[in-house]
Design a binder for this molecule. Structure first.
Ligand SMILES: C[S@@+](CC[C@H](N)C(=O)[O-])C[C@H]1O[C@@H](n2cnc3c(N)ncnc32)[C@H](O)[C@@H]1O
Length: 206
């Protein structure tokens, strides 16, 4: 039986909350494109929402109704404080099945905590939960080449990471039925510890 992936965010909740308070470069633009087709006041799904800050907080401030899913109770407790209007669901990304449809969905910096063999299941779930024309904002690993799954430390704790090479992730999103609007490196790999980050904005056909 393989060990479950390590995602001990409960152990680093305060440090993570402090470190992840504001949008990083490019994220505001990605959110603008994500929401450009979402009707005012519609529902937006945030898978792996963490503390709700800064992404759900921005989405809610623009008048959308956020449903956030995460398996870390400590981060969800902070999300309830940061974005009281949101609906916060404690669940694993793979098991969660919130009632759709959603006008837009986000899975940002969370997919790479799952084994790559499970990535397609998350993308298929999002496709199913989106309304026609709904958009999806996804990040995954930014390596052009095939890297084995690995662990790394954050605030003294060990975290699991896995991702397909960039081209394969983009193909996976297309194969699920999405039209890819943007697929680019939001962060470049540094050749060492930082494997970079792929950003994808995709649309479910109308
Ligand atoms: C790097 S944080 C990103 C949080 C937020 N999306 C952001 O952009 O700041 C990764 C998040 O994914 C959540 N996560 C990781 N694996 C998960 C899983 N299998 N099911 C649900 N949540 C998961 C973690 O608890 C954490 O909140």
């Amino acid at each position: 039986m393989p060990l479950p992936p390590l995602t001990p965010y409960d152990e680093i909740a305060d440090a993570w909350d402090a470190a992840r308070a504001v949008l990083r470069p490019k994220e505001a633009g990605y959110l603008d494109l994500l929401l450009a087709a979402a009707p005012a006041g519609s529902r937006v799904l945030d898978l792996g929402c963490g503390t709700g800050r800064p992404i759900a907080e921005r989405v809610a401030a623009l008048g959308y109704h956020v449903v956030g899913v995460d398996r870390s109770p400590a981060l969800l407790a902070r999300a309830r404080r940061h974005v009281p209007a949101g609906k916060w669901v404690e669940a694993d990304l793979l098991a969660a099945d919130p009632p759709g449809p959603f006008a837009a969905a986000v899975c940002w910096d969370a997919l790479f905590h799952l084994p790559r063999a499970r990535h397609r299941a998350v993308v298929d779930k999002v496709y199913r939960l989106l309304a026609p024309g709904g958009r999806f904002m996804l990040s995954s690993g930014g390596s052009a080449t095939d890297l084995p799954a690995f662990t790394d430390t954050m605030f003294g704790h060990t975290f699991f990471y896995d991702a397909f090479p960039v081209d394969e992730t983009v193909r996976l999103v297309r194969d699920a039925g999405f039209e890819v609007l943007i697929a680019e490196l939001a962060d470049l790999p540094d050749g060492g510890r930082d494997k970079g980050k792929l950003a994808v904005i995709a649309a479910k056909p109308r």
